[in-house]
Design a protein around this ligand. Sequence first.
Ligand SMILES: NC(=O)C1=CN([C@@H]2O[C@H](COP(=O)(O)OP(=O)(O)OC[C@H]3O[C@@H](n4cnc5c(N)ncnc54)[C@H](OP(=O)(O)O)[C@@H]3O)[C@@H](O)[C@H]2O)C=CC1
Ligand SMILES: CC[C@](O)(C(C)=O)C(=O)O
Ligand SMILES: [Mg+2]
Ligand SMILES: [Mg+2]
Length: 337
Amino acid sequence: MSVEIFYDDDADLSIIQGRKVAVIGYGSQGHAHALSLRDSGVDVRIGLPEGSKSRAKAEEEGLRVLTPAEASAEADLIMILAPDTKQRHIYTEDIEPNLKDGDAIFFGHGFNIRYELIKAPANVDVAMVAPKGPGHLVRRQFVDGKGVPCLIAVEQDPSGNAQALALAYAAAIGGARAGVIKTTFKEETETDLFGEQAVLCGGTSALVQTGFEVLTEAGYAPEIAYFEVLHELKLIVDLMYEGGIDRMRYSISDTAEYGDLTRGPRVVTPAVKEEMRKILGEIQDGTFAREWVGEDEEGRSNFRKLQEAGAQHPIEETGKKLRGLMSWVDRPITETA
Ligand SMILES: NC(=O)C1=CN([C@@H]2O[C@H](COP(=O)(O)OP(=O)(O)OC[C@H]3O[C@@H](n4cnc5c(N)ncnc54)[C@H](OP(=O)(O)O)[C@@H]3O)[C@@H](O)[C@H]2O)C=CC1
Ligand SMILES: CC[C@](O)(C(C)=O)C(=O)O
Ligand SMILES: [Mg+2]
Ligand SMILES: [Mg+2]
């Protein structure tokens, strides 16, 4: 199945420059979108509740901060970049009462549309611009003249212009420098959740922690274990990022490559693949979404317990000490949010 990929030359920035954009939320993605939209000549305001701790950060950047309801009323394109579990409440209380004919509601991830937590009226465009990377790096890459690839999708298109608008928005935050792929809310939501759970965040964190435990429990120095399974992971992944698994294998020793080819499949066994399929199934049938929304409604107690256990893992203490000795590694994640 082939996909459509768009680049800067395919996008018409003037379409987004002609809109009044409200960015609701100023966290990882919100600050990146807002600042890059502004740098691209777009009229942006931020929507945050009165007591929000993000307000000061946005104001320090000279952005105009309103309440979510005021920002939605003023804007004709509302990008919702608040936490996924909060979006349906913000939509009902602050956005829906302020929607006008011809407005557009945008999302950075398809969760609330895919799982039918938000249902927009037929007279507004509903689209998505989902960067395939953490917000702080979306901003850092934009500033460096690069870009993080984005997915765009259109759920409702009464204007007939929603795709061009989404592409222009993606270009304004740097996405079209790297490539913008057209998809659906369903495909983005399911692949994004699978990627973060099984590979990028869940799979990788568990792999690194387990490798660290095996080495230190066998009596090796934690510092050596840290360099081996976490620090060097970035350098190995850099090679994969630049030239695929093939280039990484070209650069490593043939001893490492033989170990990679013969031992890798013993770590990620058919049972692990089967578990990945189960995880995908829970995403597809809505089990994960119900669990997460329920966890949030219940007050996130289990989530917090798991976060604390993660922060207590011995690899964190070792890493803190070692990163402190490498000034170029321990750089602040962002200057602004
Ligand atoms: N993190 C990422 O890199 C990625 C995120 N996404 C998607 O982007 C969206 C935003 O996620 P992310 O950037 O991680 O979110 P963050 O948790 O980093 O930031 C959320 C922001 O929303 C604000 N907020 C909280 N409640 C409200 C409210 N009632 N009204 C308005 N603003 C509110 C928070 O303010 P306060 O300071 O007061 O808490 C904060 O500024 C999600 O849909 C996510 O799936 C997509 C791709 C990657
Ligand atoms: C990998 C996690 C992510 O999907 C992202 C940064 O793309 C997220 O939801 O934060
Ligand atoms: Mg993602
Ligand atoms: Mg995600």
